[in-house]
Design a protein around this ligand. Structure first.
Ligand SMILES: Nc1nc2c(ncn2[C@@H]2O[C@H](COP(=O)(O)OP(=O)(O)OP(=O)(O)O)[C@@H](O)[C@H]2O)c(=O)[nH]1
Ligand SMILES: [Mg+2]
Length: 555
């Protein structure tokens, strides 16, 4: 949209329709939005950062234009007159009964005004109108019993949808021996969802598993064209897109989105073909090729730019490595409390909130332990089940932090009913990414939230290698720091060296970073026996008398 076209729009009509392009699909908002106020600062601007999935009420465009958009009053009124209980009509969604827990609408008397207000949520400082979303899952018969159950998985999908700014109005699932190659779900279920779409005024249908481009196309056609169909991956990508805070994160999210869109681009033209009665089919196909080329060029340009950003970061990291402080990385399921723990230990202010994927960029802070020891603590992006590995791999900064750490701290939300499954997911992702060579310390976080903390602590004690903490209350953090020191010892080298008196700063480093076993003052300097990080051991080489550790070969 250009400034002049928007100007024309304002002059010619009091309402306008905004068009969105997401995952190659082309659809428009359900009702026209009225411009309440609008202001310009200059005429050359481009539309930016409008959340992909949500119609915006308050719109800010790069270049100094700002507008407040809202539905016309008559539509708002009509909307209010449809109560939630009416929307969830019994025959429309028989399977809603099965997933009552997930739905959380229909059986409640929700105040209409409240419902309307709840659709306007604040995202990135903007008030947005949440699209009405309907969730669909498939449970494959014979799937592993230790994995997430379908209802839990849909609950998580609902959380993801909420994080993305959508308003979940219902959900359903189907048990299948294997997914239908054409439509993923069976034809009966397709028909049932179509009825629910009408009854619940659904704008977006989200599938819990990744759909093939063909399945997306067929489902969109089957649901009647005006409804957008997307999958868990697209939803996660959208959240990443909304939350990318640094230049590198924004680049890698854009790259991942484009790579996801490339094979799905054909969807864009199905509307065009249908509207034109098939006459422009050839034109559409040609256009797809052109668009694919544009996408490929953009992908190549993004990769180049990312490489340069990464080279830059590498330089910075190399400088950091020359300071021999052990690096400890926090890994874990999303929402486990990693950022809260980092904040608690370092007095930082990293965003920590009860939403999935609050953190995308790694943050590193120095932790000063009471006994004078130090280590660097890095917060990383959280993992989630059904997250395509390629997506995690896109977050190379996180991976580099993880793979170059002396120790990984696996933070678990032990109060979560599916804590065991979440642990499995994290371990699986770490092994798939091949970054799990560092020792791992497991911590059970949120012990303040469990119903029987003593039982949980006893179980941790029985296992022996687990520390119970509460990042919120600070409980167990001293034990946690001690356990880190002990574990770091695993990645340290045992040295015995004679440090001359004029190398006092080196002696300080040994005390701060290492574990000193014995010191003895002699005529020629300080005779010291200690476990120290590899970097420090290298500096001690000229003064070293002997290595006795089994890991000394790595020096
Ligand atoms: N009760 C309780 N809540 C906690 C504790 N630690 C974290 N939380 C809450 O859990 C939610 C998620 O915390 P975060 O620190 O953002 O979790 P995270 O692991 O960084 O999440 P992502 O960045 O999304 O991967 C927040 O609402 C925290 O306040 C704890 O020990 N006890
Ligand atoms: Mg976080």
């Amino acid at each position: 949209m250009t400034a002049s076209s928007l100007c024309c729009l304002i002059q010619s009509t009091s309402s306008c329709q905004f068009h969105r392009f997401q995952s190659g699909s082309h659809s428009h908002f359900r009702y026209p939005l009225q411009i309440q106020s609008i202001s310009f600062s200059h005429s050359n601007f481009r539309e930016t950062r409008i959340p992909n999935l949500v119609p915006v009420r308050s719109l800010q465009v790069q270049g100094g234009i700002e507008g407040i958009l809202s539905p016309p009053p008559e539509i708002e009124e009509a909307e209010q007159s449809v109560s939630d209980s009416e929307r969830v009509s019994e025959d429309s969604v028989s399977s809603l009964e099965k997933s009552e827990e997930v739905v959380e609408v229909g059986d409640k008397e929700v105040d209409e005004d409240e419902e309307k207000d709840s659709r306007f949520t604040l995202r990135n400082g903007k008030e947005v109108l949440a699209e009405r979303a309907y969730l669909v899952g498939v449970e494959q018969k014979g799937a592993k019993t230790d994995s997430f159950g379908i209802e839990e998985s849909l609950k998580e999908l609902a959380q993801l949808a909420d994080t993305a700014g959508l308003h979940v109005v219902g959900s359903t699932y189907q048990k299948l021996a294997s997914p239908n190659p054409r439509t993923y779900i069976g034809s009966g279920k397709v028909a049932e969802i179509k009825t629910a779409i009408q009854a619940l005024e659904v704008e977006t249908v989200i599938f819990d598993d990744e759909l093939s481009p063909g399945q997306l196309r067929n489902l969109e056609k089957a649901f009647g064209g005006d409804v957008r169909v997307c999958d868990r991956t697209a939803l996660i990508l959208d959240i990443f897109n909304q939350r990318a805070a640094t230049h590198e994160a924004a680049l890698q999210v854009e790259l991942a989105q484009m790579e996801y869109q490339l094979p799905r681009l054909t969807r864009l033209w199905t509307h065009l073909e249908r509207q034109a009665g098939g006459k422009v089919k050839g034109m559409g196909e040609k256009q797809i090729e052109v668009d694919k080329r544009i996408l490929r060029d953009r992908i190549a340009a993004l990769k180049k730019e990312l490489e340069s950003v990464r080279r830059h970061r590498k330089l910075y990291r190399n400088r950091r490595v020359s300071v021999p402080i052990p690096v400890v990385s926090l890994v874990g399921y999303t929402n486990a409390g990693k950022s809260t723990l980092l904040n608690r230990l370092t007095g930082s202010n990293v965003l920590a909130e009860d939403r999935l994927f609050a953190t995308l960029d790694p943050t590193t802070r120095r932790v000063q332990v009471k006994n004078g020891k130090q280590f660097l603590l890095t917060d990383t992006v959280g993992f989630i089940q059904k997250l395509p590995t390629m997506l995690v791999a896109a977050f190379r900064a996180t991976l580099e932090e993880i793979s170059e750490s002396s120790l990984l701290v696996h933070v678990v939300d032990i109060s979560h009913p599916l804590a065991e499954q979440q642990i499995d997911t994290v371990e699986k992702v770490l092994s798939e990414l091949d970054v799990s060579s560092a020792p791992v310390l497991m911590v059970w976080n949120k012990v303040d939230k469990v119903s029987d903390p003593e039982k949980v602590k006893a179980e941790a004690k029985r296992r022996g290698d687990v520390v119970c903490i509460s990042a919120l209350t600070g409980e167990g953090l001293d034990d946690f720091c001690n356990a880190i020191q002990e574990k770091l010892k695993d990645s340290m080298v045992r040295v015995e060296a004679l440090v001359p008196f004029d190398k006092g700063e080196l002696l300080n480093s040994i005390h701060q970073l290492g574990m000193v076993e014995r010191t003895e003052y002699t005529e020629n300097g300080t005779q010291i026996k200690a476990y120290v990080p590899l970097q420090l051991a290298r500096q001690l080489t000229p003064m070293r008398q002997m290595y006795t550790s089994s890991s000394s070969s790595s020096s």
